[in-house]
Write a protein that binds this ligand. Structure first.
Ligand SMILES: *[C@@H]1O[C@H](CO)[C@@H](O)[C@H](O)[C@H]1NC(C)=O
Ligand SMILES: *[C@@H]1O[C@H](CO)[C@@H](O)[C@H](O)[C@H]1NC(C)=O
Length: 391
């Protein structure tokens, strides 16, 4: 009798926010970067993608993906590259052990959900591709390590490779043309420096102007400053950041984080025509962080911005009352504050014009911190009959 069983596996995967930025591809097709990068993986209690992967010979519509309740196109080259790589790894296992079910020949059905709004700039593609790759790898029972799987996730979305690990993660650029050495590597697990916190200030109109893929290629092609960045700035920042993380040196971590963000956005401004991801709200957030550090007399908070106006503020738990006590009084009305925050007494007073810019421009906050890598779960978004679970 034909095998019509529905095979399933589920995982969650985290968002990561880079502190040494990925910007520029040396090979757009394989998503090979011009430099290495480094990120902090954020806690999945606050930000995660949950994905169930299933396959069955009874599926008749080919491969499919439902994301947050809506059908999503899987015909794109990046998704196809992930499917192809994972299938070929499964097929290799099936060739060795002929008793294994031939999952590699079956259509794949994926259902995926984020626990955060898919608003721009929240790195949802990183968590999304990491979860997709990990879920299919579990489904196929692949023996591959997170670093091996990161090679596959990278082809879906560059920064996704870093979401295969928790804690502090480097994406080594590698030098091979086929990309086989361009993968993620653990610098330190979350337990090494568990006190790291992140406050994300989500800007209201966070719709991206220029997509990061086309933005970075315009920068590579036109910015003179970018050449300086990849030959000098990034290598120095990578080395300094690894040292800061290994030595749990927050002041150093913070300074490199802020300089990196500034350098990245400077190359965006130096792109011709220029690209602006930060806006007045972003700039007000920078000034607020500077006010916090000035009052503390040392660096206890760091800002960083990706390809959008949202501000991520990194700080240590021991200084939470100062950071939260500065932003909460200004943004008390927006959603996202955790219980207990309202009780913190106000800390640093920030300039009135910044207050009104932040009040008008920030629509929500996300309070989170460093967290774990993908976690296999028994929570399924596809039932035993292959139907998407109604939630
Ligand atoms: C960054 O890229 C430049 C130019 O390709 C290279 O010389 C440098 O070694 C790279 N360094 C790192 C840390 O990525
Ligand atoms: C930051 O935390 C350290 C350790 O608890 C403390 O000594 C310092 O006063 C804090 N600084 C501020 C400004 O909160």
């Amino acid at each position: 009798m034909a095998d019509t069983k529905v095979y399933r596996a589920s995982t969650t995967a985290p968002v990561n926010i880079a502190v040494v930025k990925y910007w520029g591809k040396r090979d757009p097709k394989l998503n090979l970067p011009t430099n290495s990068s480094l990120s902090v993986t954020l806690s999945q209690a606050d930000l995660r993608t949950l994905t169930t992967a299933s396959c069955s010979s009874s599926y008749t519509d080919g491969d499919s993906l439902t994301l947050n309740g809506e059908a999503s196109d899987v015909s794109g080259a990046r998704t196809q590259a992930c499917f192809r790589e994972l299938r070929s790894r499964r097929a290799a296992l099936e060739a060795v052990d002929t008793s294994l079910p031939k999952l590699s020949a079956m259509p794949v059905k994926l259902v995926s959900e984020n626990n955060f709004p898919t608003a721009a700039g929240l790195a949802s593609s990183a968590a999304g591709f990491a979860a997709l790759v990990k879920a299919i790898a579990l489904l196929y029972e692949l023996p591959d390590s997170p670093s091996e799987l990161s090679l596959v996730a990278r082809q879906g979305s560059g920064s996704a490779c870093r979401s295969l690990f928790g804690g502090y993660v480097a994406w080594r650029m590698g030098d091979k043309d086929d990309g086989s050495d361009s993968k993620a590597e653990l610098i330190a697990p979350a337990e090494h420096w568990p006190e790291m916190r992140a406050l994300i200030l989500v800007a209201s109109a966070a719709k991206k102007g220029v997509s990061s893929t086309s933005g970075m290629q315009q920068t590579v092609a036109t910015s003179g400053l970018f050449q300086q960045r990849i030959s000098k700035v990034v290598p120095a920042n990578m080395a300094a950041m690894e040292e800061a993380v290994k030595g749990r040196d927050f002041a150093k971590f913070a300074e490199v984080t802020m300089r990196e963000s500034n350098s990245f956005h400077a190359t965006c401004a130096d792109t011709y025509p220029p690209i602006f991801y930060m806006n007045d709200i972003s700039k007000a957030a920078i000034r607020a962080v500077e006010a916090i550090n000035a009052k503390a007399g040392k660096t206890i908070a760091a800002y960083t911005f990706d390809a959008g106006p949202n501000c991520v503020v990194y700080y240590l738990e021991e200084n939470a009352s100062t950071i939260l006590g500065t932003f909460y009084p200004v943004l008390a009305e927006v959603t996202g504050w955790k219980e207990g925050t309202a009780g913190i007494k106000s800390a640093v007073e920030i300039d009135g014009s910044l207050v009104s810019t932040l009040k008008e421009g920030i629509s929500r906050v996300i309070m989170t911190g460093v967290g774990e890598g993908p976690i296999k779960t028994e929570e399924y978004l596809i039932d035993e009959n292959g139907q998407a679970v109604k939630r």
